[in-house]
Design a protein around this ligand. Structure first.
Ligand code: NIG
Ligand code: FE
Length: 415
């Protein structure tokens, strides 16, 4: 036991649920898993009311809860996928084949494919159709342990279609009963109708952001700052608009080249800078100073067969918190499991399993600005994932295999 959990408890009222017996990886410690053997979790009104060893409970604990579950295995915080583009229509398997024949992601994008081909598909789909196509992807992420999802717009690129995507994202949360955080990614690619007028496009997209924020559809703002995306100056204008609305920012930064994206995100006290394969030390230092999380996306790295690694040693040296996400999207990362994202993060980036698990829990929650989840601790949300495996490292070891036994969100059974 390396110290997680609260120890003794005095029960003054009935609990909604009590889980007895599994190991707990609470992550409620500065380092280590915060492991508790023969653990117990109790919850009431959606919040954890006991986290600790079974031996810390009163002898009659089982009679205090409406539902008592006795089980083995491992319980972790519910996983948080802090970077997805899972609302889209169709797929891009044809581009995958083209890339296998030698075309690059950038070449495909410059010839009107890539993100713009998903834009065409999203514009053609009605809202219900888009929801129907996107729900199975959210369900797949949940089936592998996710209890909170971030979902970006960015395949609409006009007001009505960005609204449609964000509405679908909200409907996924309601339909599946999970937490969804929406991110406006209007500055994802330049649609054909604004060819040669990226500045004019940013002006328009800022207007859409203001309207959609007014409709309650936006929790954060993102941009693709890249030579095939938008310049630093254009990204900065989008971020200034976000700041004026009181919205936090995040950024697709330095994925294909070093464009100073991480430093720009940090300058705006961004929640996160994501991808960051090409970020330099000044960018890492700026992230550390600003408390900006590094979101690592090993699925995109894997699928694009990248060779330049994110600056992992610098991130560690400067104490930048690292998150891991699926980046679930039809182009660079058709990845539907955070458990597999952890596996890829360990294999490609040599994250330790502990870093990978922190990356999909506490640090992922932080990348979304959420302080009420990502750790098993009394008073936080009763979001937890219950796995068949006993060892935390096993979560990062298997390449698939349905390791999840059950999950709860807000104290309610999800899987
Ligand atoms: O995170 N790089 C920009 N955005 C996505 C890819 C989107 C797409 O190709 O559809 C990413 O990799
Ligand atoms: Fe992305």
């Amino acid at each position: 036991c390396d110290g997680g959990g609260d120890g003794a408890v005095v029960a003054t009222e009935r609990w909604d649920g009590l889980l007895l017996g599994p190991s707990l990886a609470t992550l409620d410690t500065d380092s280590g898993y915060g492991l508790v053997e023969d653990g117990a979790l109790a919850w009431k009104d959606g919040l954890l009311v006991y986290v600790g060893p079974r031996s810390g409970l009163p002898g009659d604990a089982s009679s205090l809860a409406d539902e008592v579950i006795e089980a083995e295995g491992l319980v972790t915080p519910g996983l948080v996928d802090c970077h997805t583009h899972l609302v889209f229509a169709g797929d891009r398997a044809g581009e995958f084949e083209l890339r296998l024949q030698g075309a690059s992601y950038e070449e495909i994008a410059r010839s009107g494919g890539g993100i713009l081909s998903s834009v065409r598909a999203v514009r053609e789909a009605g809202e219900d159709e888009l929801l129907a196509q996107s729900l199975p992807r959210a369900r797949a992420l949940i089936a592998d342990g996710a209890t909170t999802l971030e979902i970006k717009s960015g395949y609409g690129l006009d007001l009505d279609n960005e609204r449609k995507m964000l509405r679908v994202a909200r409907r996924i949360g309601v339909t599946l009963g999970i937490g969804v955080r929406t991110t406006f990614l209007g500055a994802h690619a330049l649609p054909a109708e604004y060819r040669d007028d990226a500045d004019g496009y940013i002006d328009a997209a800022i207007g859409w952001l203001q309207a959609l924020h007014g409709e309650g559809l936006v929790d954060a703002v993102d941009a693709f700052c890249e030579r095939i995306g938008f310049s630093s100056a254009q990204t900065r204008r989008m971020f200034e608009a976000a700041r004026a609305l009181g919205l936090p920012v995040k950024l697709h930064a330095d994925q294909l080249s070093d464009g100073g994206g991480a430093a720009l995100a940090a300058e705006f006290h961004g929640l996160s800078a994501d991808h960051i394969e090409h970020t330099n030390e000044a960018g890492v230092r700026a992230m550390a100073d600003a408390g900006t999380v590094a979101v690592l996306l090993p699925g995109a790295f894997h699928v694009l067969r990248e060779t330049v690694l994110p600056p992992l040693d610098l991130l560690r040296a400067h104490g930048v918190p690292m998150a891991v996400a699926t980046d679930c999207n039809p182009g660079t990362s058709p990845l539907l499991s955070l458990q597999q994202a952890m596996q890829l993060a360990c294999t490609h980036f040599k994250l330790t399993p502990e870093e990978a698990l922190r990356g999909t829990t506490i640090n992922a929650a932080r990348a979304l600005g959420l302080q009420d989840r990502g750790v098993l601790r009394t008073g936080l949300r009763a979001d937890f994932a219950h796995w068949h495996v006993r060892q935390p490292a096993a979560l990062c070891y298997w390449l698939g295999g349905q390791l999840l036994h059950a999950s709860h969100t807000g104290g309610r059974r999800l899987v």
